[in-house]
Design a protein around this ligand. Structure first.
Ligand code: PLP
Length: 369
């Protein structure tokens, strides 16, 4: 037999996955329980409780979907939308466009409200689209990882009025910048584990407001996906009259990891964590600007946890390979319109440290001098 698995120790400063706290790695190595063992069920319940705290919601229907952030996106769209329903979707980058694709595949009539890449979605534009098509739902990405721009979700509910369900992608925002599911009137909010939660990729935390849960219960057509059908998943994640019903085998070790990752978030305190991301992100953005990089996202909507920059003269996209090979630092390249021209640098969760920003900047300096 060959020697055991031995991946190199990289500093993960790309758009995700982010560095994982050692205590989360320890949690992954704990003995695997049966997924219906009462001890494990207690861990599931605690995980949902902690998710409620981090999402800032009281929604009973809150749990991690088995699968990465895209599974959360897909679950949101296919459970809320029935064929023929209409939805307004804000698109200002790759992930908004993916939501539109997923909604279209669910048979919905999709109205796009677009904004240039690097700019936020305009809540007023969403409001006027809502007044013209009267949709069942409105969806947008809070933190567009493809561009580094955040959209003002807090202002969206006021503009769209009380009627449509509001669906928000918080894959890159959860635990990195302010997100208030209940206060902002969000009905469905999904995320991923591998960004500001600093847990490996593999689960998609999700929460449904009571009226979103009711809309799902009122469906007249079955959800197209068996695996992601929330009406069945909820019987597994929530204690019902007949106890819990087996749906699929929970990824036990990943639930341990999320449990521990959420514990660390709550121990630090959400506000303190948001402030840490802000401080470190602004520091990096200043340092990169001093090096001649241009910040890609528009001022006023820049994410601290994901910085996107266009490359100055003399800096080639191939340098990313040298950062990885010579300095063990991963950063991300551009997506879509930004491919080859943009770098995306994440300072997320456990990785959001000034020392990491300094190590990156010094490494870039060494490569370009
Ligand atoms: N939405 C956003 C904003 C993302 O950044 C990502 C991944 O980077 C996704 C959705 C998809 O998540 P995943 O790659 O975990 O499936």
């Amino acid at each position: 037999m060959k020697s055991p698995l031995d991946p190199p120790g990289r500093l993960l400063l790309g758009p995700g996955p982010s560095p994982v706290d050692p205590s989360v790695l320890d949690a992954l190595a704990k003995p695997v329980l049966g997924h219906m063992d009462p001890e494990f069920v207690a861990i599931m319940d605690q995980t949902s409780d902690r998710l409620r705290s981090v999402f800032r919601t009281r929604n009973p229907l809150t749990f991690p979907v088995s699968g990465t952030g895209s599974a959360g996106m897909e679950a949101s769209m296919i459970n809320v939308l029935e064929p023929g329903d209409s939805i307004v979707i804000g698109v200002n980058g790759v992930f908004g466009a993916r939501m539109a694709d997923a909604a279209g595949r669910a048979g919905a009539k999709v109205t796009l409200v677009e904004a240039p890449w690097g700019e936020p979605i305009d809540p007023e534009a969403l409001g006027s689209a809502v007044r013209s098509v009267n949709p069942k739902a409105v969806a947008l990405v809070h933190a567009e990882t493809s561009t580094g721009a955040q959209s003002p979700v807090d202002l969206v509910r006021r503009e769209i009025g009380p009627a449509p369900l509001l669906i928000v992608d918080s894959v890159t925002s959860l635990a990195g910048i302010a997100l208030e599911v209940d206060k902002w009137g969000i009905d469905v909010c999904f995320s991923g584990t591998q960004k500001c939660l600093s847990v490996p990729p593999g689960l998609a935390p999700i929460t449904f407001s009571p009226r979103a849960a009711q809309a799902i219960a009122d469906r007249t057509t079955p959800v197209q996906s068996w695996y992601l059908d929330v009406s069945m998943l909820r019987k597994y994640w929530e204690e019902g009259d007949g106890g819990r019903t087996y749906h699929h085998t929970a990824p036990v070790s990943m639930v341990y990891a999320l449990w521990e990752g959420l514990r660390l978030v709550l121990e630090e305190g959400l506000e303190d964590r948001w402030a840490r991301h802000q401080e470190v992100g602004e520091f990096l953005q200043q340092e990169l600007t001093d090096l001649g990089f241009k910040l890609y996202a528009k001022a006023g909507c820049r994410l601290p946890q994901l910085t996107s920059v266009t490359l100055p003269k003399g800096v080639d996209d191939n340098l990313r390979g040298r950062l990885l090979n010579d300095f063990d630092i991963e950063i991300g390249g551009g997506l879509g319109e930004g491919a080859g021209k943009v770098w995306r640098i994440g300072l997320m969760g456990f990785g959001a440290k000034r020392a990491n920003a300094i190590r990156l900047v010094q490494s870039i300096r060494a490569l370009v001098s």
